[in-house]
Design a protein. Structure first.
Length: 94
């Protein structure tokens, strides 16, 4: 069994970087990631950058993708205008 385990790898893909200093989901991911990394080599594919040094040390390889600006705005008026533009400008029916 030991030989089979050594040949397995894990690909961890996430939009939120695992980080113990950020919010709840990031913290949970960080602890899960570190625990799993004790058993298997993990390649991390993440949107944004990994700041947690514990995660950097635990990962076998890290690929950081650039974070693009969200289409949706947090401004309520801008958000509503965008929703209306999508609804009336889309060639597809809702």
């Amino acid at each position: 069994m030991q030989g089979r385990r050594g040949s397995r790898r894990v690909l961890w893909v996430t939009e939120e970087p695992p980080d113990r200093r950020l919010g709840g989901g990031n913290i949970r991911q960080a602890y899960l990631f570190e625990h799993l990394a004790r058993e298997f080599p993990i390649d991390l594919l993440v949107v944004g950058s990994v700041q947690d040094e514990g995660i950097r040390a635990a990962a076998k390889h890290i690929t950081e993708l650039p974070k693009k600006a969200a289409l949706m705005t947090s401004n309520p008026v801008g958000r509503r205008a965008l929703e209306l533009a999508i609804a009336f400008g889309s060639p597809y029916p809702r």
